[in-house]
Design a protein around this ligand. Structure first.
Ligand SMILES: [Zn+2]
Length: 212
């Protein structure tokens, strides 16, 4: 089981241009999906988002970008943001800074082919960031993105439980919602939840492509 931190109190104290955990929006929420592109699960998710006119943000893994470039093309063409979720998805915890930066910049170079941006918002694998990478991002004016609402879609639980939670305790304005597209759970839940959220007046957007 991969440990995914639910709270980022310390990171939330840093300037939001460096580390974004939520936004100051009063009108919008932000869905984000990690660990794709996935040939089985990402296309149906894109179908669901398109059906409801919802734009989102995808934090992609470099190795999977190389394996499934046509899915990345589709993500960008449909108006979603693509972010950097490292090259191999190995934890940065026991990785030296040179290797960490290689993971970051290799994936940036891959993503650049699709959206023409030199750098991309970064969500490190498992949410782990060390002091040296944080300093690098600060000096390079780059941006890390975390989340303020964890959907818990990676937990072993029936879809019904996920749906109930998303409907009973929905994301608040400005929330960045963590979900994953390496399984079908997010899509199964969103097929039910999104129409109800939209009917309640909730609106969603992709994150801007880089630091504001
Ligand atoms: Zn991940």
């Amino acid at each position: 089981m991969i440990r995914r931190p639910k709270k980022h109190e310390l990171l939330a104290l840093l300037p939001e241009t460096l580390v974004l955990t939520r936004t100051r929006d009063t009108a919008l929420r932000y869905l984000s999906f990690d660990d794709g592109p996935d040939p089985e699960h990402t296309p149906p998710l894109l179908d669901t988002l398109a059906r409801h006119g919802v734009k989102a943000s995808f934090f992609l893994v470099g190795e999977k970008i190389e394996a499934h470039p046509e899915i990345v093309e589709r993500i960008v063409a449909e108006g979603h943001m693509v972010g950097n979720h490292s090259y191999s998805h190995w934890s940065f915890r026991n990785m030296d800074i040179t290797h960490q930066l290689d993971e970051v910049y290799r994936t940036d170079a891959l993503l650049r082919r699709f959206d023409d941006r030199p750098h991309h918002r970064m969500r490190p694998p498992h949410g782990y960031v060390g002091a040296r990478l944080l300093m690098h991002f600060a000096t390079q004016r780059r941006s890390l993105v975390y989340w303020s609402y964890d959907s818990l879609d990676y937990q072993e639980q029936p879809i019904e439980m996920l749906v109930t939670r998303l409907l009973d305790a929905p994301p608040a304005p400005g929330d960045i919602v963590l979900m994953h597209d390496d399984s079908g759970k997010a899509t199964a839940a969103l097929d039910i939840v999104l129409p109800q959220w939209l009917a309640r007046g909730m609106r969603f957007a992709a994150l801007p492509g880089n630091a504001p």
